[in-house]
Design a binder for this molecule. Structure first.
Ligand code: SF4
Length: 696
């Protein structure tokens, strides 16, 4: 039988690989990497292949479900939208706008039908209680960019294909496939980098990326900021900053450097576990490299000094003259920009959370506050919740407490294709049609890509008559809510029109038809300097010493005067190439083979506790406790243990047939809502103090 190829970018992770979807008699039978995609050049990972499982998964919902006690019943779309609109409006009428909360999961940023169509609904709801996976992830990146460059998405991306020296902290792109550095085929890119230059990975675990790096350096969790201060202070001793390329648009670098000068390098070595000579050598190598990039990802964002660390990374790139420079780090001036007119620059502090007084950032509150905002009685308490493509029970701090709180809500509606650990608490589930039935343009990851690329993705097959696309759901939900609440609501046009309007606003000269005629996407060339012309600070300059960050320096100084705890272990997370956070565990292709849930511990730490490799241990934190199988691993820094997130599917009412058989406990049964990055309120998931002992 002849096979027909249809091409489309993979929506499952930040790498946006071009895929070749192969059909026989209109049936999807195979998925390969698209060799003709100029960006991904045929790359595909196991998750890309698992789309076959996703599309044929019998657990996947196709029609709206309404809860009847412990049972679910299918209802029609019109009835479902009317029910959701009326219940949300009724809760707000009785208890005020804050009484409706919203949680948006990570997949929302991967789908145009979510990310472009949610804002009108959120504006109509007008609730301050909006939360998302961003505050268990990259808020520190966004906040630093907002503070220094005037826009949360003026995010410098490592020019991995041209840099000579890459200092990488808290990142494992060989497992995550890139993250805030959209780089399909990252293994190939890093191999080329280590052949022409040097890749240094700083991480408490010798990760898959560290294994292919030129050098790996262990660091104690949560001390990356100290290490980077050490690097800056060595650079300062070497020579003045290289600011010639910034046209005088650099403000207060001297103020920032003065604030950092009081840290003693010997003390930094004690706290980080990195020898003074290593800190000095890395600083000298960075300084000497023709082109260098410093980059830190989730491991450094999700810690108590996450924003401070991201700020120091920017300062080092600036100091060495590698900011906005080819081969250094540069924002991507994408065809549909995330910056400029009509975009949100990343305001902070316009309101605070009700219970703990945590600051808003970019229109959201830290998700670590979600539990208490539902569970604490009083005016402004969340009594109804809308979730979209999210599973906060497994993905946000103290998932067990959140789970209990969800059960107390007056109403919950979830836009999701599964009955998972979170949506099982919903009163109504609205499942979108396959994303492959809709036009798509990746608004986010084209802007974070290591090359300038653009791609309009055409539908691969038609949407069935009784299905509703994500964008149709948000339009209809908004209209139904607005009607019930007596508010105005303007639905957005279909995706093709939204993409065309975005391209027009971007002013790249590209239009929808030109991109639609290029099914493999277009390569627009390497990154190019553009930051200075796009700065959105009030001064028009790079702001090097925001008071928010200077306050964090003072907080760090105060903290290091406290004695270091010696008896506790520090927990860090880990990504696995076959696991995609809390979802994709229902795909047979991904969960087969060896288990991936275990706790990694250094053999000396096991021995010190009288534990053996392979035994089930009890691990507890201030918040909770789990049982998990421990594995001895020399890849771990002594004193540090490592667990993946997204496991823990064995809960009543979950309808994930394969995932239910995947053993493993949830990382977020241990995480602590009180542990936050001081500047942003991002959850400090890494570096969590834990105690491990024999399971009784
Ligand atoms: S690397 Fe990411 S985008 Fe590429 S195939 Fe895998 S999941 Fe899809």
């Amino acid at each position: 039988m002849t096979r027909e190829s249809r091409f489309r970018a993979c929506p499952l992770c930040e790498a946006i690989c071009g895929l070749d979807f192969q059909f026989e008699a209109q049936r999807l039978v195979a998925i390969r990497g698209d060799d003709a995609d100029p960006f991904s050049q045929g790359h595909i990972c196991p998750k890309g292949n698992a789309i076959l499982d996703l599309e044929t998964d019998t657990d996947r919902l196709k029609h709206p479900l309404r809860r009847r006690g412990n049972e679910w019943e299918e209802i029609g779309w019109d009835e479902a939208f009317a029910l959701a609109g009326e219940r949300l409006a009724a809760v707000q009428l009785k208890h005020g706008a804050s009484a409706v909360g919203v949680y948006l999961g990570n997949p929302n940023v991967h789908h145009l039908g979510h990310i472009a169509y949610l804002p009108p609904l959120l504006r109509a709801l007008k609730t301050p209680n909006v939360f998302s996976a961003s505050s268990v992830d990259q808020w520190p990146h966004q906040l630093v960019c907002a503070q220094m460059y005037g826009h949360q998405f003026l995010l410098p991306i490592p020019d991995v294909d041209r840099t000579d020296y890459f200092l990488m902290l808290g990142a494992n792109p060989l497992a995550s496939m890139g993250s805030l550095m959209t780089a399909p085929g990252i293994a190939r890119r890093l191999k080329a980098l280590t052949a022409r230059g040097k890749l240094v990975v700083v991480d408490p675990r010798r990760t898959e990326t560290a294994d292919v790096a030129s050098e790996h350096v262990f660091i104690r969790p949560g001390t990356d900021a100290l290490f980077l201060i050490g690097v800056i202070n060595v650079l300062k001793r070497q020579r003045p900053p290289r600011l010639q390329g910034y046209a005088g648009k650099v403000r207060d670098l001297d103020v920032a450097l003065a604030a950092l000068s009081a840290f003693d390098v010997e003390m930094i070595a004690v706290h980080t576990g990195i020898a003074v000579a290593t800190i000095e050598r890395i600083a000298c190598e960075l300084d000497a490299a023709p082109r260098a990039a410093v980059y830190g990802r989730m491991g450094v964002s999700t810690q108590t000094f996450g924003t401070l660390t991201q700020w120091l990374i920017q300062l080092i790139n600036l100091y060495t003259g590698n900011l906005d420079r080819e081969g250094g780090v540069l924002p991507n001036d994408a065809a549909i920009p995330l910056t400029g007119e009509g975009t949100a620059p990343g305001a902070r502090g316009r309101w605070k959370s009700r219970v703990r007084g945590l600051q808003e950032f970019a229109g959201e509150l830290p998700v670590a506050a979600l539990v208490e905002e539902i569970a604490t009685p009083g005016s402004g308490q969340i009594r109804a919740l809308l979730t979209s493509a999210g599973n906060p029970v497994l993905s946000t701090p103290d998932g067990r407490a959140l789970e209990a709180a969800l059960g107390t809500l007056d109403f919950m509606v979830s836009v999701d294709v599964y009955i998972n650990e979170t949506t099982r608490h919903a009163d109504l589930i609205l499942p979108p049609a396959s994303p492959f039935t809709q036009y798509h343009y990746d608004l986010i990851f084209n802007s974070f890509a290591v090359r300038r690329v653009a791609r309009v993705n055409a539908p691969l097959w038609p949407q069935a008559g009784d299905e509703r696309a994500d964008w149709e759901i948000f339009n209809a939900l908004g209209a139904a809510y607005a009607q019930a609440a007596g508010k105005p609501f303007a639905a957005l046009p279909e995706p093709a029109a939204v993409i065309a309007a975005g391209l027009k606003r971007g002013g790249s000269g590209l239009d929808f038809d030109e991109l639609a005629a290029a099914p493999h996407g277009l390569d627009l060339g390497p990154l190019r300097p553009n930051l200075l012309t796009r700065l959105q600070t009030a001064s028009g300059s790079i702001e090097c010493a925001p008071s928010l960050l200077l306050d964090e320096v003072a907080r760090l100084k105060a903290q290091i005067r406290e004695p270091m705890p010696v008896d506790t272990l520090r927990l860090i997370g880990r990504r696995e190439i076959r696991s995609n956070n809390s979802w994709m565990h229902n795909a047979a292709r991904l969960v087969k083979g060896k288990p991936r849930h275990h706790l990694l511990m250094h053999p000396a730490d096991l021995f010190a506790r009288g534990l053996e490799d392979g035994t089930t241990v009890r691990m507890r934190s201030r918040t909770g406790a789990i049982s998990v199988e421990a594995r001895a691993s020399e890849t771990m820094m002594p004193g540090v243990v490592c667990l993946p997130h997204g496991f823990g599917h064995q809960r009543d009412g979950v309808r994930l047939t394969r995932a239910a058989a995947v053993v493993g406990a949830s990382y977020n049964d241990l995480t602590d809502p009180a542990a936050l990055d001081g500047a942003s309120g991002n959850a400090a998931l890494n570096g969590l103090p834990v105690w491990v002992e024999a399971a009784s």
